[in-house]
Write a protein of this length. Sequence first.
Lengths: 202, 175
Amino acid sequence: MSAAPTRTKSAMLERRKLVKDLLIDRRDLMVVCGLGSATYDVAAAGDHPLNLYLWGAMGGAAMIGLGLALAKPDRRVAVLTGDGEALMGLGALATIGVKQPGNLVIVVLDNGHYGETGMQASHTHGTTDLVAIAKGCGFPEAFALTDQAGVPRVRELMHTGKGPILVNARISHEETPRVLPVRDGHAIKQRFMQAANARVSA
Amino acid sequence: MDDQTNIRWPDVIYDHFKRVGIRQVGYVPDAGHSRLIKRICDDPEIADVVLTTEEEGVGLVAGAHLGGQRAALLMQSSGVGNCINMFTLVRNMGFPCLVLVTMRGEFAEFNQWQVPMGAITEPVLKLAGFLTYRVEEPGEVDEVVAAACDMAFDGDLAVAVVLSQRLIGRKRWTK
């Protein structure tokens, strides 16, 4: 039995509180959730028709966000995903950098571990720096979020910031209880599309 | 047939993209699709999205559909292999996925490294839930692409048009 390695980087944020705070007064923000803990975190913050819960397609969350952001240039799109999911689709950051969608913000909930599979260390636990990668892909803004004081700014950026923006949220890797939203992909899609493409009465 | 400027079938595909209102096209640069890619990049009404790997395009198409836009993917046969797990998104959520695949590793292929993937491209597409329609002759492109577009977008189906290496022409290795 080897314990999960201790993370050297600062990890002060608690994921559930962070995601809940980021989604306060979310208005008509569209949220794509990477599979696993990110989906549970968003569900725990409160079910919403504009939550696109993913239960598979690992590595695809950011690209779904791009397709959505291009299709809805007047709306805001946030991708909330884990470090493992982001790492599997790392090329998407280069692709998003080329397209420069101004309305897309990616928040990586980075605990440096694969939570679903037994808390094995991920590449971000070691040498991989997602902020540097996003900057290298041409994101106009990319930074690490390490404390609660920075959360309101990130929430503001999700609604008004000039994208593409990547926020590398350093969260602790304590396991959290699973909060399981609907799994039927067709139902998730239908509900999302009805909400996203309807005329919203203010 | 070797002269790209005399090949009209990519224009036929482009015309169908316009007819059905495609607004996003994801692609990995590909010689067989080069003329179509150029037409798309020249069109301000279509977002051209160059991908680092074809599986990114499956997510792109899903996002486009969720946002109310139609999208298509262009890829070479090798790219089909890159997409397999991401294709599960199409089945799990049920959205139209139109893919135009240029074949390598078959008729007149000189590079045998292309053959293993080329030989399984169509079966892989079928296993992943795609309807596949193969095109051998330039004269078939119009009818087949028309049918593929209509089936994909009228029926929320995954449809692949397999453009044979015979149609595309031999790759020229000397300049």
